[in-house]
Design a protein around this ligand. Structure first.
Ligand code: NAP
Length: 305
């Protein structure tokens, strides 16, 4: 019998993972932030996954962070800015051999969590799957994608990858997870902030070709300086390809701002700028972009941290 999958954060991605694992008969428990959220969930009767317009509800058991009981396998599916605090609230429940899977986009939050629970094994994930919530406790599986998993401190795969295969969660274990995360971060830095500042879909950036190219040159420099040369390979070409392939889409950061939600800027562009500073490197355009974005968020009454 496989260990229970404790899922911290029953939002879009957490619910997508929880429903697929439950559908495959794996033991799953949701960890919700407080009694109010637990009552709201229990009144609904379960999590609903909508796939190709077809809803199916899974009565997955749930509890609050302060419930008793050990956890040896924890999937953290909060936003990057909530991850450390959320993990701190359950840290006393982790077993000595606990493994934590971190689904957060960007970089920086993984190290914050690892520092908070130094004895746990932290496995980083980089996901290109897409999910969104129309209502609480209901998730729409919007975009098929892939999940890269890895542990920068230990190349040996964990023993639960078969659970993911059984659940139809596409994945691969990689010793180069940091390269994957840096590459995704660089793509994000080259595209998402500009879509917010120019108020456009991804395809609108074809009209700002020079600005995109200048950012790609600085991001390439940064990746080389911080020991991620592989993540830098042909970055500009891939950024152009993504802009073309997703021309009709609004970036996730654009959607966050439009819906007046907090962005993960601190763990994306913010992380890139902090890393450059730490290496004593000046990246004038990237830093100016960060200042413009912070100002834009502040002008819209949104947090910029
Ligand atoms: P989301 O829908 O906002 O879900 C986050 C969940 O975390 C919410 O349900 C929230 O609870 C919960 N949470 C926050 N603090 C908590 C705490 N202290 N205790 C318990 N639960 C807590 O976010 P998401 O879209 O799933 O994104 C999660 C991460 O995955 C982000 O880093 C995102 O960039 C990344 N990602 C998402 C997608 C996607 O398609 N959604 C794709 C790739 C990567 P409440 O509901 O109570 O507020």
């Amino acid at each position: 019998m496989s260990s229970t999958w404790h899922i911290l954060g029953a939002g879009s991605l957490g619910s997508l993972w929880a429903c697929r694992l439950a559908r495959a008969g794996k033991p799953v428990r949701l960890i919700l932030r407080d009694a109010q959220r637990l009552h709201a969930y229990e009144a609904t009767g379960g999590l609903t996954l909508v796939e190709q317009g077809q809803p199916r509800t899974f009565p997955i058991p749930a509890e609050i962070t302060t419930a008793p009981g050990p956890m040896s396998r924890l999937l953290v599916a909060c936003k990057a800015y909530d991850a450390e605090k959320a993990v701190a609230s359950i840290a006393h429940r982790l077993t000595a051999d606990a493994e934590i899977i971190l689904l957060q986009n960007g970089l920086g939050s993984q190290d914050e969590v690892a520092a908070r629970v130094p004895l746990a094994r932290c496995i980083f994930a980089s996901s290109t799957e897409g999910a969104f919530r129309e209502h609480d406790w209901q998730v729409n599986f919007a975009g098929h994608g892939f999940n890269w998993l890895g542990d920068p401190a230990n190349p040996l795969p964990p023993n639960w990858l078969d659970d993911l295969s059984d659940a139809g969660i596409p994945h691969q274990w990689t010793p180069d997870i940091l390269t994957r995360l840096w590459r995704k971060l660089a793509l994000n830095c080259a595209i998402n902030p500009l879509t917010v500042l120019h108020d456009c879909r991804n395809g609108g950036l074809t009209e700002h070709h020079c600005e995109v190219a200048t950012l790609c040159a600085e991001l390439t420099e940064l990746l080389q300086v911080c020991g991620q040369p592989q993540a830098a390979e042909n970055l500009a070409t891939e950024v152009e390809r993504v802009i073309q392939a997703t021309a009709a889409n609004y970036s996730s950061m654009y959607q966050d701002v439009r819906n007046r939600r907090r962005t993960e800027i601190h763990y994306l562009l913010g992380h890139a700028c902090r890393t450059a500073t730490r290496h004593g490197h000046t990246l004038a355009h990237l830093e100016r972009l960060y200042r413009r974005l912070v100002e834009h968020l502040n002008n819209h009454g949104l947090p910029s941290d």
